[in-house]
Every structure is written in C-alpha cells, then in structure tokens.
Design a protein around this ligand. Structure first.
Ligand code: ADP
Ligand code: MG
Length: 429
C-alpha cells in the first residue's frame, strides 16, 4: 500500500510513524511534512488549504490511501473531491466537516437531534444586532465566531463592555477574517472539560483511548491558551459509567443524526465536552484527530492502523480490530521562546538522538526543518516527546528524561503534564 498523509505537524508525524509500522505499507508520502517527517516519509511541497492542488498531487502519485490530518482541507471538501474521483481517502464529507467548519451548523445539528449542548441565545451578523442581544443573556456569555479561526474565535465575556469590544473587533473590524463573519452567542457551561475521540464509517464507530490535553502554556494551567502543550492517556481517565453516559447521551444520537440527515462521515470525530452538573454537554465538534492527543494515542495503538484506515476508506470500519496497549502514554510538547505569542525560528536543535535512545521514546516533530545535517526550529510548537509506559508514572519518567536531553535556545515545556491525573468525574458519579 502506498499512503499519502496530508499535514505538517506532530499529529501527522505520529500518523506517518504508525503507518510505517504496517507490513502492508510500502511507501508513505507526506504533504507538506516537516524536517522530522522527512526522515521517515517522502515530503512533497503542498498547501493543505488548496484542495485542487492536493488533488493534482494525488493524481500524480496515485496513492492507495490518503489520510488527512488538519481541518482546513476537510472543511474545503477534500473528502468529496477524492471520493468523486474514486480515490480512497479517510475524510468526512464537506458537509460533515461543517460540524467543525461552522459552529452555527453544529449548534443547529445538536438542537435538531436533541443532543445536550449549551443553550443558544442568538446568531448575529452585525455588531448592532449582537450588542442588542446582550440585554437578554446570562453572564458570563460565550461568544463564538462561526468559522475556522485557529483557536482564536471563542471569547467568554464577563460583562457587556468586554462582550461589545469582542463583537466590534470581529464583526466591525473583521479581525478574525472569513471565519468571523457571523457570531453565535451561547450559555456558559460550568464543569470539567473532556475530549472524546472516535473513528467511524458513518454507522459503526470505535472510541479511541481517552486522552487529555493541556491547553495553557504554563504549569498549573496558567498563562494564555496554546494549540496544546502536552497530552496523556490512561484508561483510568474515564470511568466506565461516564464513558457509557457519553456514548448513550452524545455519541449514539450523533451517529443516528448523521445517518438520518444523510451526512456522510468517514473519519475521526473529536467531541469536545463539558461535564456539567446535569451531565456531559457538547462544546464543539472537530472533524479530525487532535494534536497533541494523536501522539499519545498512536503510542498506545496495538493494531495495524493502515489496515483499519484502508477498510474505512472503502466504507467499512471493523471496531474489533482496534486493540490498545494497556497502561499509559505521554506526549510533552517543547515550544519556542515566546510561544504562543511572538517567537523566533531557525534555532538549532541538539540532543534528538540521545532523547530517542531513552527506551520507548519517540520524538515527533511539530514544526522543524532540516538544514544540511541540522534540524532547526520552524514554528511555535516544535517537538512532541512521546513515551508509552506500563503506568502513567513510567511513561512520564521516560518522556521527561528524554525531554531533558533536548536543547535549543529559549525552549520551554510544561513540567506537569499528567500531574493532576485522576479519573474525570461526572457530578453524581
Ligand atoms: N458554552 C461554553 N461554556 C463554557 N466554556 C466554553 C463554552 N464554549 C467554549 N468554551 C471554552 O472555550 C474553549 C474553546 O471553545 P471551542 O468551542 O472548543 O472552540 P475552538 O476549539 O474552535 O476554539 C473551550 O475549550 C472551552 O474552554
Ligand atoms: Mg476546542
């Protein structure tokens, strides 16, 4: 099997690494890839937003299977573009990807299917309308840009002044660009957040092992939000009771709703949940795997990912094929100085070989480039030091031992990934 992976981050490196372990896989391309992926797959220049460009690339390569990492090509319709040409791809349809691409579409879907979610106050496309609507909300209020905004589209407003400021910046000054043409005002939910990721052929589904990510930049969940500073996985993260509650009240009705609306969903579905006093409620859907959750997930896979995904692209998921290693896994993200604010790139990274000599450790590259024999930093999140272990403590020990061997100027990482681990409790559990 020849496989094409689309994307350039740590998630895609993790997918490439896992796919290459399959005896069925003879070749992996990654478009565009990065300096670390290059060592394991043939990287080809590509713009992952450009579906016609990616189709032209696939026409030339003729892969037996294409796997898409990021949301942009999915929302731009790569699934439909490849399927109409008869090319096997793991990707929800363009319509299905609207579950992530439009928060208003997702909210309407949730309401129609009676799936628990934050109450919607109003959809607005002018600042005047949105500001007027503020007189009828409870505080704080959550204001969400409808489209893709790279994690910058959601604001929890404590009072009217803060809400007005955000509304004007988005709708009048167009600060979020195309993703911010419409706003959704919704109720603020309280509780603990949990992500629930599954893979589905549109009818059958299989939940992946539970993971938790760490969004804030500093230890103790302080500082600004990032794309994700680390993740860990243990089975204990999710009690059997809560897992069943999520399946019954969220996942099953979501699958039924996709079916009854005729929305073709073949791929990964990431459900962002708030565990409230009255049960789990959907915060958002993502139509893809998370980053860095994927790095922790692949570290626990005990099955042939290429085989499962090839079957999925043919329309059939066989849930019993997904087998998982017991124990735990950890991914510690190493970031550039200043990230998630301004940062410099082009710093030389040392110690990668020594880090991977730590038993079981794999260093996934999130944003690097190769220059001669050196690997240089290329983005805010640079590396994801990933380790499995019989226990969370063992996995953490290995990941941090390996992270300690890596060096580049200004690098930083959180020291408390998985430190507050413990079962996520639904209230009343
Ligand atoms: N209704 C809500 N109540 C409370 N917090 C929310 C709500 N919606 C979103 N959030 C917070 O904002 C974060 C980002 O919102 P989300 O809907 O996941 O959008 P995105 O990931 O696209 O930025 C969530 O992880 C959560 O912390
Ligand atoms: Mg989110």
């Amino acid at each position: 099997m020849k496989v094409l992976v689309i994307g350039s981050g740590g998630r895609e490196h993790a997918l490439v690494w896992k796919l290459k372990q399959s005896s069925r896989v003879e070749k992996v391309w990654c478009a565009p890839g990065n300096g670390g992926i290059e060592a394991e797959a043939e990287c080809l220049p590509a713009d992952s937003a450009d579906v016609p460009g990616l189709a032209a690339l696939a026409e030339r390569l003729s892969p037996d299977l294409t796997i898409v990492g990021p949301e942009l090509p999915l929302v731009n319709g790569i699934g439909d573009a490849f399927r109409t040409r008869g090319w096997p791809i793991v990707a929800p349809s363009r319509q299905a990807a609207q579950l992530e691409g439009s928060k208003i579409f997702a909210k309407e879907f949730l309401r129609q299917q009676g799936i628990p979610t934050a109450q919607m106050y109003r959809v607005c496309d002018t600042a005047q309308d949105a500001i007027a609507a503020l007189s009828r909300v409870d505080w704080p209020v959550v204001i969400k840009a409808d489209g893709l905004c790279g994690g910058k589209g959601v604001f929890v407003a404590q009072d009217a002044a803060a809400a007005e400021d955000f509304i004007r910046r988005v709708l009048d000054k167009n600060e979020l660009g195309a993703g911010g043409k419409r706003l959704l005002l919704e109720e603020t939910l309280e509780g603990e957040e949990l992500s629930f990721i599954l893979v589905t052929d549109g009818q059958r589904y299989a939940p992946l092992v539970p993971t938790r990510d760490h969004k804030r930049v500093f230890d103790g969940n302080r500082g600004p939000n990032t794309g994700g500073m680390g993740a860990y996985s243990t089975d204990e993260l999710l009690s059997p009771k809560l897992r069943q509650q999520i399946l019954d009240s969220i996942v099953e009705p979501t699958m039924r709703g996709l079916g009854s609306e005729g929305i073709l969903y073949q791929g990964f579905l990431y459900v962002g949940l708030m565990l409230t006093a009255s049960g789990p409620k959907v915060l958002e859907f993502n139509c893809r795997l998370g980053d860095p959750e994927t790095q922790a997930i692949v570290a626990r896979m005990d099955f042939d990912l290429a085989h499962v995904l090839a079957e999925l692209a043919a329309g059939i998921l066989e849930p019993s094929r997904l087998k998982w290693k017991p124990g735990a896994s950890v991914c510690v993200v190493i970031a550039s100085e200043g990230y998630p604010g301004k940062f410099e790139t082009g710093k030389r990274i040392d110690g990668l070989t020594a880090a991977e000599r730590v038993n079981g450790v794999k260093v996934f590259h999130a944003g690097t480039r190769r220059q001669g024999d050196s690997i240089l930093t290329g983005s805010g999140r640079v590396l994801g030091v990933t380790a499995p272990g019989a226990s969370l403590e063992t996995a953490l020990g290995k990941a941090y031992e390996a992270a300690g061997k890596i060096h580049f100027e200004g690098m930083h990482y959180r020291r408390d990934i998985g430190a507050h681990a413990g079962r996520v409790q639904a209230v009343g559990d």
